[in-house]
Design a protein around this ligand. Sequence first.
Ligand SMILES: [Zn+2]
Length: 547
Amino acid sequence: MADSKRVSTLESLYADVSDANTILATIDSGLLTSYQGEDRAAWARLYATKRAELARQLEGLPTSVLSGRDTRAIAAVRRQLKALTADGAIVKPVGKCQDSARKEIAYPDLKSSLVACFVEIGNGLSFEGGKINRVSALDLLHTTSDPDRRKAAFLAFVPLWEAINGNNEPDSPYRRMIAGAAAEATKSGSEIDNAARDAGIDPIEVERWLVQILDAWRVSSGDVVVEPWDLRFQASEADRLLAPYIPWDSLQPITRRFYGDLGADLAQMGTLYDLAPRPDKAAVAYTEFVTHGRLVNGAWRPTVARVSAQYERGGLSILNELIHENGHVVNLTAIRNRPAFVDWPSDLFAEAVADVPAWSTYEPAWQRRYLGHEAPEQLSLRALYSAVVLDAAWSLFELRMLRVPKTDPNALWTEITSHYLHVTPHPEFSWWAVRVQLADLPGYMVNYGFGAILTAEMRQHIAEALGTFDTGDSRWYAWVSEHLLRYGSERDTRTLMQDFLGRPVSPQALLRQIHRLTPVGGEMVTTAGQEVRDQLSPAPEASAQLR
Ligand SMILES: [Zn+2]
């Protein structure tokens, strides 16, 4: 009893340290200069003092007499404490892009300098005499109907690709970095090993499942060969048709309404939304804790989360991403556990569950309700699953790079994309290098590409239990919280999913989704688009974009 009390005192101290850490990251993101009336220096002092006290208490804790659950909680505290840096590293890279050219630079610094390239170069790509950020350039690849202008948007990435992978020489910055990542992975395991563990399968199976997904797409997506600058455009006709109905200032109201219909009141959650572009802002959209939920005098004080993104415009894929980020928000907010476990579940689970509501945006029923207009099902499915399989392609790419780091990345990317995605070979471009995660967290893409398997499983199982939820179901949030989210980091993903599904995870649900697509040729895509334009109520902007 006495020891249990010591553990709970220690955990509450841990909660203070953990909060100070995420508050510091919030301040370092540039969103705020102070929090709850205290500036950065005050929070940094509090962090240092409490962390030192926590270390002292951890050292003095008699471990032999603790209960099983207390032992697991203390192990979680020790593990999570190692990851707390209080320097906001995820938010602002500490390196400089130019440092990546130095051959002797150590692996963590090289990684950090490559992340800096995404900020320094990716936030200011030259295009048509002006500057655009990476997100907007990718968006142009989806929306620009003029093929020459699309190619120009694609080529705007060249300085970023060269910063990341030089001229693809064997000691290019990326190739040195991935060698470091592979060496690290042999010591402490890779994200691919973690994904395998979380799915309850052998790491070798991860590759087999990814190949199955990519192959299902290869068969279902027709056989029209496209240039890499046309790949996204070809798949995103649904995005273009619906873009006029999703202006920038509708992103949050639509998101709030959908989650409200799912029984999750976002406005009540106190989340900090930081969505407008800033030049020095993190190059990737992400969600993080600001403060961690905990019991205070017997009452639950809820988690406060923060969403950071760089949205210059609206549109379906951006809306999909914002709903994904809010999927993280409701995941974090649903956790009800002791401080040791009020933390992210596994990366694989977190990314997969965030897509459970996000995938609904590509269902015609969702579009009808929340946008007042819908694109034909086939075009929507194509848009969604083309993005899913592109993530699967990156997952396979990283898996193979990590296994044989001497592999030529451009040759590997060319092989994967030409075989499975029908893309014309262009090994002269490092056009895979558009995702920050590839530099920041090597191997992380598997949490999206392979995570889609879990997303499809969860969507299918929830629909079996509650019925379809694409147009809302007020029981959804409470039910998903109860069955999946409330545990936080306490339950391992494999057991959680096994108990949830009543069987092991399998790729069948995702394969079934991909097979909803019927193969089409380039001509038929255009024909379908023509029908859509006839069906839709007058939307001159949409037609203008299409031509
Ligand atoms: Zn995410």
